[in-house]
Design a protein around this ligand. Sequence first.
Ligand code: FAD
Length: 391
Amino acid sequence: MDFTFADSLIDYRDRIKDFVDNKVDGFSIMIEEEDCIPPEVLCDAKSLGLFGLSIPSDYGGIGTNMVGKCLIFEQLGRTNNGFTTLIGAHNGVGTVGLVELGNEEQKRRLLPSMATGEKIGAFALSEPESGSAAVTIKTQARRIGDRYVLNGVKSNVTNGPEASVITILAVTDESRGSKGITAFLVEKGAKGLRLGSIDRKMGLRGSHSCSLILEDCEVPTENVLGKEGDGYVNSLRVLTNGRVGLAARNLGSMQKLLELAVKHTTTRYQAGSPISRFQAVQHLIADIGVDVETTRSLTYLTAWMVDQGLKVAKESAMVKYYASEAYCRVADKTMQIFGGLGYLKDAPIERFYRDARIARIAEGTSEIQKNIIAEQLFKEFGAKRATAPTG
Ligand SMILES: Cc1cc2nc3c(=O)[nH]c(=O)nc-3n(C[C@H](O)[C@H](O)[C@H](O)COP(=O)(O)OP(=O)(O)OC[C@H]3O[C@@H](n4cnc5c(N)ncnc54)[C@H](O)[C@@H]3O)c2cc1C
């Protein structure tokens, strides 16, 4: 393993950190209150190339490898997770499928405007009755001549309200189970595609998710992504590698919380001494530090494995599980260190505390990650799996 980074990557990482700490953070309260990312911030994010992290330079993007992407995601995690989610979902499930499975015509047509952020990407697998058991989706796609006609409802689609290109999973052959699901690139304005209600969420202000209603939605055959029937398996692959990126975003948030916590312990005095003198407080800092560094090691190891083309089913589930649980622990402990001040909206702690909670749920709950880890471990040791199917 070699974690020496090219100077250009270090320079880019530092520019993103500067943008996050000195620009986005300045709008934090506004983002929270107005549930919207200011156009000025989006404009800078576009100029910095943040919408093209996963898109190769041939199509106008920056096209970093997974380790590079994690370095950038880590910086983005330092600020409002709503902003991070908008960029992260676009660079993850919103574009990776198209980059890896799209044909040349699809890539030439769609990727350049996605790389600049002119077109935002989204991914719609979940449905009202199908979350963890994604293989049970009900949305149907029927081929009629040179098009497919899609009917169904998708739920919680991140970037749904803003998206111009949505990868939608639908059943093309009910008799074939997971091999009867196909991915479609559905473009904004497609006949029969309608935005449903926008989710009202606990956190992630500035990131919007919504349901999508497909009523005889017409999708031309040239917008099938990959082969018919391969949509589910391909989605699992994209989701598997993408879990590393989620962990990197959580890592950045934890690192920021650690910095805030340490600073607070030296400036907050009780009974005439800084609270950093109290061993109970020191132990909270130590626990946070262990979670940060363990997440960091697991994240970059798994990212490196992805870049080597190694299989990471077990490792990516481990890092997603560990990072999301650790993020919640770290947010909780930081709030304890801040005392009453942490609970108030004046400090960013309560925002991180709310934002952290989704990490254990979205893109596969902690329980599903543990199912995958156990499945892989049983396989590794040639034993029969004792857990229920992951769906
Ligand atoms: C803010 C937000 C953004 C989202 N963005 C997207 C998106 O962009 N695209 C998209 O397709 N989806 C998206 N989702 C949906 C998300 O992926 C699902 O919420 C998640 O997969 C969990 O599914 P569920 O909510 O239906 O929970 P359920 O599947 O109903 O699970 C409920 C509980 O049962 C447990 N459980 C379920 N099955 C098992 C099992 N086999 N073994 C053990 N425990 C189990 C779960 O761990 C959980 O604790 C988003 C959700 C939210 C809240």
